[in-house]
Structure formats: C-alpha cells, structure tokens
Design a protein around this ligand. Structure first.
Ligand code: CP
Ligand code: NVA
Length: 310
C-alpha cells in the first residue's frame, strides 16, 4: 500500500484546488504581501522545513520559495539531481519516503508529471509542483493573483495564449476551467494544446485560433512563454522556424482590449516570443508577476501546512 494515499493535500496540478480555495489563497496572498511591504514580521512556519528538489534550472522558483520560507520563520533544504541520489538512480518512492520523514513540505521541479505524482504517492507531507513538462501551477497561481491585483476578478475575462502548447498553456487551460474565464489559444501546428492532457472536459472554456492576432482580439490579458522549454533543447532549431510568426508584438497588443495586460513567466527572449517594446512597455506587468510568485507561494505553503487561518 502506498503510504501517501491518505488525506494529505498536495498541489500537483492547478485542478487540485477548487475555485473557492483559490479565492481564499488570493486573499491570503494579498494580506501576506501587504505585511511584507510594511516590514511586518509574520512567522507562522517557525520550525517547519521545506525541501526543494530541482532537476531543472531555476531562478524565480528557487528564490521565491527559499526567501518566502525564511520570511515565514522556516528553513529550506535545497537538492539537485547532481548532488543527491536522485541522479544515481535511487527510486523516487524511496526518496519520497526518506525526505518526507524529515521535512514538512516538499517542492519538486522535474521532467515527467508522473515522477512528481509518484513522489507524492509515497510522501508523508504535502508536495508542490515547481514545474514539470506538463504543468506549472505555482506560476499560474501568481499570474492570476497579479491579474486580480491590477484588474479585479478574472472570471468572465479572455486570456490569450500565444506560442507553445506547453506546461504553461496546459495550466492556463485548467485555470480557465476552474476560475471561469475563456482561454484563446494560438500555437503553430504540431505544438497544439490537448485539453485531454490537461484533463479539461469543459472545452467551452477554450477557443483555438490559427492566427495569433485573432487570438489576441478583445483579450484582457495576453501571455506567452519561451519557444523552447527546458528539456526540449534538441528541438530548438525546428522550433525557431515553426514559431517565427508567434512573437507577441505591438499589433497583437493593439488588437486586445485597450487596457489589456501582458504577462510572461520569464525567462524571456526579446525578439523571439515577445518584442522588447511589449515586455518593456506600459502594458507589461512581468516584474509584479515575478515578485508575486513569492507572495502567492507563501499563501500556498501556509494553507498546505496550517490550513485556513482564522
Ligand atoms: N517562471 C519560472 O518558473 O522561472 P524559473 O525557471 O526561474 O524558476
Ligand atoms: N515553459 C518553460 C517555463 C520556464 C519557467 C519551461 O518549462 O522551460
């Protein structure tokens, strides 16, 4: 029997939480952010430890989790494939059994979602998806929080996804389904999203467009990501050719709502998936978006470890 098959709450995909849990998390993220901005100490996670396992590179995910955990009074252990037995073929189940006896929460960035889910099945403590080939739920948590901060509720709005049908696109799709907005998607052929992969049966929340300009028409938020995600580097040359018309430019932003926002999870490649004038322009909220990773994940860790406050 898998010891992890209990009532432990994990955050492995965006669809793991319900809309009302997200409403709670966004409220908590806002309170936690305000305290941080006011230099108010808030340390509810004293004596708690977060283990972070990275099998791929990271800047934002590492810093936001690590700084966030320390700010909440806890501590952090950082592991990579190269400096742990994960890179020397120790089974993931065994690793999960051992690590989860020593820490209170685990964040993993890895390749296959199946590996993350395998770890969670044997973990005694909550497991958070820090990015897999299939999903990036912490990023969309921060992105929706950022949208709400700037424009209010995202329900009923239109989000345009321009680019690869990747982990970010799959997660936006799950978010549209749960939070009640419409996702306009435009990808080059061969790089489409598959609502079945994301487990989204309500295909009414997604509209697919051949032309990226059409996907941006009337959108409240335009967003994109790198053309070549981590793990797909061997395809880089083919992707550069296939994605050439999927660069978010001023014309696409002009087709969106006049007050549309631009987001990018970063790292960005100016001149590839986005024009410098867009990412560095007035509609871009990418720096708030990156900062909000920390506030949103502090709310997430508080919720997973302490449940609802008050
Ligand atoms: N957006 C994001 O997850 O960035 P990192 O790869 O730097 O963690
Ligand atoms: N889709 C990108 C996101 C990086 C944060 C990747 O997986 O590399």
């Amino acid at each position: 029997m898998k010891p992890g098959m209990s009532l432990i709450k994990h955050f492995l995909q965006f669809k793991d939480f319900r809309a009302e849990e997200y409403a709670y998390l966004f409220e908590r993220a806002s309170i936690i952010k305000t305290r941080f901005k006011n230099y108010e100490k808030y340390t509810p996670l004293v004596d708690r430890t977060l283990a972070m396992i990275f099998e791929k590179a990271s800047t934002r995910t590492r810093v936001s989790f690590e700084a966030g955990m320390y700010q909440m009074g806890g501590s952090v252990v950082h592991l990579t494939t190269g400096d742990s037995h994960l890179g020397r073929a120790e089974p993931v189940d065994d690793t999960a059994r051992v690590i989860s006896r020593m820490v209170d929460v685990v964040m993993i960035r890895t390749y296959e979602q199946a590996k993350l889910e395998g770890f969670a099945a044997y973990s005694r403590v909550p497991v958070i998806n820090g990015l897999t080939n299939e999903y990036h739920p912490c990023q969309i948590l921060a992105d929706v929080f950022t949208y709400i901060e700037h424009r209010g509720s995202i329900a009923g709005k239109v989000v345009a996804w321009v680019g690869d049908g990747n982990n970010m696109a799959n997660t936006w799709l799950q978010a549209a389904d749960i939070l009640g907005f419409t996702l306009h998607v435009s990808t080059p052929s061969g790089y489409e999203i598959d609502p079945k992969v994301a487990g989204v049966t309500n295909t009414g929340c997604v509209k697919v467009f051949k032309n990226p300009l059409d996907a941006c028409r009337g959108a409240h938020l335009v967003t994109t990501d790198v053309w070549t995600s981590m793990g797909y580097e061997a395809e880089n040359e083919a992707r550069m050719k296939a994605f050439a018309d999927w660069c978010v430019d001023r014309e696409m932003m002009a087709a969106a709502q006049p007050d549309a926002l631009f987001m990018h999870c970063l790292p960005a490649h100016r001149g590839e998936e986005v024009e410098a004038d867009v990412i560095d322009g007035p509609q871009s909220v990418v720096w708030d978006e990156a900062e909000n990773r920390m506030h949103a994940q502090k709310a997430l860790m508080e919720y997973l470890l302490l449940g609802r406050i008050g």
